[in-house]
Every structure is written in structure tokens, then in C-alpha cells.
Write a protein that binds this ligand. Structure first.
Ligand code: F6R
Length: 370
């Protein structure tokens, strides 16, 4: 059942090209129009919403944070992302014009379920993005958009994350199409890029895994790891840090690279391992330049800099002790690629330490208590 892999996590990391492809399947019709069958919320309601709130926990919340950049850009609707347990226990401004998107792999997370109930009581429409057919959260929502990642057995989430980002992107493009924020040909171009993601993820698995494995093995004794990113690379950095905490029990933190000089740079000492997610230079040159200068800042203070960058980016080499290249894509699609080496890094480091990557200590796959 592990498909010849040493762990479910390893298998599920390798399932990702298929998980992304299956999540896209059947949602684009032949002339490029996006159709979401599970969208049982009236189109007129979706046209009038003035705010989107994503509620989720853990990795699912990081998928939401990635999606915020895309949905705001495409739909020009404000998107807030909130941890479900925080949302529930404050007094959030939610009404009939709010669209709540609840993201959950299991569909059974109690914190997220309670937040869904609360949102609906306030009159909001709720769409569930979920991987488990017929589970509580989609049943209690107004509409469901399923991720087709297949069962995720390993406690740490991998393929569900990529599929959640894809599902959120489909939702964002659907709303953009419906609300007339984007022309059909622009949406088609974005969808075309999305469809190249499975083969690009596959190429990371085929060509990059050994390099990351060796890197993890060399670093199995590190005491802490810092992850830096900007824009969509910021939630990716947090996700990379979460994976490392969960699996390898190593203290790790993900920062927005721009925040460095506002505090975290004080942590940088000789030999500190810093993993930096670098945006495409072709996408937004200024964003790329900013991250390069952040790498220089930490390197000047002795950090050991490992860089995740896109193929063809030669500029980063000079500032990195090691570069892990991922295939080229657009700025917004990059998280679907840059997350993969971080998942492998955490898994391989935990494996090198002799830990059980499928069942990390103290964690449960589905958190059904508040
Ligand atoms: C991290 C992880 C958790 C879950 C979180 C939400 O690897 O697995 O952070 O993402 O508990 O779970 P779901 O998506 O089932 O609501």
C-alpha cells in the first residue's frame, strides 16, 4: 500500500503530480471555460460578496495564505486568512456579503467545523475545500470543492497542501470569470500554466530528490533552521518550517524576508542554516532583487544559505552555499514547486535521525477536539 516507498509520506510526496492533475480534472471545459460542478451557491450571491475569509488550521491555513495573493490579484476582493480557532473566539465581522472558504484535508477538524458553524450563523456563505468526500465540514457547508489528492495517510500533510492551493486557485479564477475581473483569454493562459505543474513537480522528484536528501543528511545535527520568503514565498517558508518541526523535532521558523531587520536578524550567528525561497526574476524583478539583498544580509552575518530558486537564475549562486533549482513558472504558481524540496528536506532529515516520518510524536492525523 506504500507503493514500494519506505513511508506513506514518501509515497504521498510522489503522488503530488497526480494529485494536482486530478484536482484540475473535469473542471475546464473544451473551450477553456472553468466549471465547478460543486458550486451550489447562487451566482448572484457570488457576484455581490465583498470579502472572502479563509478559515483553516496548520498546513491548510498556509495553503489559504498562498491563495490570498492569487485571489486578491485576480478578483480584486479582499481576502483574510484566519486560523479557525482564532476566528471562532473573537467577534469577526461576517455577514451575508462574506464568502467563507473553509480548507480542510480531513473535513473533520473540530476547530474548523466550529468556525464554519459560526460563520453560517452570521449569514455567511461557506465553501468547503476538502479532500474527504462526505465528511463533516463539506456536509455543513453551502458548497464543496473537493481536492482529489486521494487518501492522505501520513500525519504530515503534503499532497493535500498542493491540491488545496490548486483548488483555491480554481475558485479564484472561477470568481474572476463570474465577476468579470478577468478576460477569458487571461484565465485560459493561467489555466494553461496550472496544467504544466504536474510535469514540473515530477521533474523535481526525478532530478532534485537526491540533492535534497544529501543536504538533509549533512544537516541532521542542526539545532534550528530559519526559512525566509517574500510574497507567496512567505507562506511557503512557514510551511517548510512546520514540516521540519513536525517531522524532525527541530526548532524552525518561517519569516517574511522583509521582516528580518525588524528583529529576526538578531538570531543569525555563524553557521546558522537559513533556507531562502527566491521568487522568479522573470516575474517581478524588484521582488527578486529584494530577496537577493536579504540573502546577502544573512550571509554577511555568517549564515549558511541554502536557496530554492528557479532554473536559469544564475545570480543567486554567488550568495548561496547551495542552490536547489526548480522549473520555471509564474510567480503565483511557484509555491506548487518550491514547497516540494522543503517537504523532502524535512522527511529526509527526520529519516536520517531515525524518526518515524508517518507518525510523528504527539500528533494525530485529524484533530477532532477543540
Ligand atoms: C501539518 C498538518 C496539520 C493539518 C491541520 C489541519 O502537516 O497536517 O497542520 O494541516 O491539522 O488539518 P485538516 O486539513 O484535516 O483540517
Amino acid at each position: 500500500e506504500k507503493g514500494g516507498f519506505p513511508s506513506f509520506m514518501d509515497k504521498e510526496i510522489h503522488d503530488q503530480p497526480q494529485a494536482v492533475a486530478d484536482t484540475l480534472l473535469g473542471r475546464l471545459d473544451i473551450d477553456g471555460k472553468l466549471t465547478l460542478d460543486e458550486m451550489h451557491i447562487d451566482e448572484t450571491v457570488l457576484k455581490t460578496i465583498d470579502k472572502i475569509i479563509v478559515i483553516a488550521c496548520g498546513t491548510a491555513a498556509y495553503a489559504g495564505q498562498v491563495a490570498k495573493y492569487a485571489i486578491e490579484h485576480w478578483c480584486r476582493v479582499p481576502v483574510e486568512v484566519e486560523l479557525a480557532h482564532e476566528f471562532r473566539y473573537r467577534d469577526p465581522v461576517v455577514n451575508e456579503k462574506t464568502l467563507v472558504v473553509a480548507i480542510s484535508q480531513s473535513g473533520e477538524t473540530m476547530d474548523t467545523t466550529m468556525a464554519v458553524r459560526h460563520a453560517r450563523q452570521q449569514g455567511a456563505k461557506v465553501i468547503a475545500i476538502c479532500n474527504t468526500f462526505g465528511s463533516t465540514i463539506p456536509r455543513e457547508s453551502d458548497a464543496a470543492l473537493y481536492t482529489h489528492a486521494g487518501p492522505e495517510i501520513a500525519v504530515a500533510s503534503t499532497k493535500a497542501f498542493l491540491s488545496q492551493v490548486v483548488a483555491c486557485y480554481l475558485l479564484g479564477l472561477y470568481l474572476a470569470q463570474l465577476r468579470g475581473n478577468k478576460f477569458r483569454d487571461e484565465i485560459t493562459t493561467i489555466l494553461e500554466e496550472l496544467q504544466t505543474i504536474p510535469e514540473k513537480v515530477q521533474s523535481i522528484l526525478d532530478n532534485g530528490k537526491q540533492q535534497v536528501q544529501a543536504l538533509a543528511q549533512r544537516n541532521q545535527d542542526v539545532g534550528s533552521v530559519l526559512f525566509l520568503g517574500r510574497h507567496v514565498g512567505f507562506p511557503v517558508a512557514m510551511e517548510g518550517a512546520l514540516k521540519l518541526k513536525e517531522l524532525a523535532y527541530i526548532h524552525a521558523e518561517g519569516f517574511a524576508a522583509g521582516e528580518l531587520k525588524h528583529g529576526p536578524i538578531a538570531l543569525i550567528d555563524d553557521g546558522q542554516l537559513v533556507i531562502i525561497v527566491v521568487p522568479s526574476k522573470r516575474g517581478r524583478d524588484s521582488l527578486h532583487a529584494k530577496v537577493i539583498s536579504n540573502i546577502q544580509e544573512v550571509r554577511a552575518r555568517g549564515a549558511n544559505t541554502v536557496v530554492i530558486a528557479e532554473e536559469g537564475d544564475e545570480e543567486v549562486r554567488e550568495f548561496a552555499s547551495e542552490v536547489i533549482y526548480v522549473p520555471q513558472t509564474t510567480t503565483l504558481m511557484a509555491p506548487l514547486l518550491t514547497t516540494v524540496p522543503l517537504q523532502i528536506f524535512a522527511m529526509e532529515l527526520a529519516t536520517a535521525k531515525g524518526l518515524d516520518v508517518d507518525q510523528p510524536r504527539n500528533l494525530a492525523k485529524s484533530v477532532t477536539v477543540e
